[in-house]
Design a protein around this ligand. Structure first.
Ligand code: G3P
Ligand code: CA
Length: 301
């Protein structure tokens, strides 16, 4: 079995580079798919800030997504890009270049919200300026067991043990999140890198995993390999059609495409009977699921 898993990983590596449901008072859904707030409600607020996570939950997201890297001093922080250049403002020595080359103390000098106000003046808010990069521990402290986390381990510079996977497990244990992850999928761990997921599986075989896919790699050949170790698959939306969803479901795999933002696209992909989607606009997805009873089987959760 172990060999089969590593074979699957090797094959997939060639293809890859590298419910606290929402806010009180949100109306019931007619279709029960999983709303994943991609980097938080990142269409409305600067990605991977508490402002974005808070808004996502208020809008009825079922999961908030974190992309995580280890800092130079081994702290897990939430950021999407490998570098700080796009989303950080502040002293250049602290707030530009690779996130993995900075200490947490350096990163905490950076303003992670002003870029959003500059880029999207129509959505700018004064309180976004000065938002700090959150550590994963701070996220767990803020939201606790009441919400669901969808955590992506990003490729980083963390060559010194413990690995990001081990650090993540340690934090989940510290904040009592492991049992909810195993029994109710309250934490899903995702990666584009099969060996990262296989390491997580080696460390704790019961943590539910999501294999992310690069474009044009999700197909009848790769899905059975993924099903050997994953709870689900995260394909780019360009790879998703009804046949692919059926094949994945036949293997027991949940299907969570990324990243779907326009209402007409959310409607179209939801009608393919996916099990959930990543979106920057959880309010739009919730509106779609609240208004439409799609003719789909119960989602895999
Ligand atoms: O994790 C799903 C989706 O977020 C993958 O793309 O680049 O936004 O992390 P990316
Ligand atoms: Ca991600």
């Amino acid at each position: 079995m172990r060999h089969a898993l590593f074979l699957a990983a090797a094959l997939l590596a060639g293809c890859s580079s590298s419910v606290a449901p929402g806010g009180a008072g949100t109306p019931a859904l007619k279709t029960d798919q999983v709303i994943v707030a991609h980097r938080g409600a990142s269409g409305h607020a600067p990605e991977h800030t508490f402002a974005a996570y808070d808004q996502a939950l208020a809008m009825g997201a079922e999961y908030i997504e974190q992309d995580v890297y280890a800092t130079a001093d081994g702290v897990l922080v939430c950021l999407h890009d490998t570098t700080l250049n796009r989303t950080a403002r502040g002293p250049a020595e602290n707030c530009s270049g690779s996130v993995g080359s900075k200490t947490l103390e350096q990163l905490k000098t950076c303003d992670m919200g002003s870029w959003f106000n500059e880029t999207y003046p129509d959505r700018a808010r004064p309180e976004y300026a000065g938002q700090k990069i959150p550590t994963l521990e701070e996220v767990f402290q803020r939201y606790g067991k009441d919400v669901n986390y969808y955590i992506e381990i990003k490729p980083g510079l963390d060559l010194t043990p413990p690995s990001v996977a081990q650090r993540l497990l340690d934090l989940m244990a510290k904040y009592g999140l492991r049992d909810g992850a195993v029994t109710r999928h309250k934490v899903l761990v995702q990666s584009f890198i099969p060996t990262v997921l296989l390491e997580m599986r080696r460390l704790d075989p019961e943590i539910p995993l999501i294999q992310l896919m690069q474009p044009a790699t999700t197909n009848a050949a790769t899905l059975p390999l993924i099903a050997a170790y994953s709870f689900g698959v995260g394909p780019p939306v360009s790879d998703v059609n009804a046949s692919l969803v059926q094949q994945a479901h036949g293997l027991g795999l949940a299907v969570h495409p990324y990243t779907v933002n326009e209402t007409e696209d959310l409607e179209r992909v939801a009608a393919l009977c996916v099990d959930g989607m990543f979106t920057n606009f959880p309010d739009r997805y919730r509106a779609v699921l609240g208004a439409n009873k799609f003719d789909c089987p119960e989602p895999i959760r």
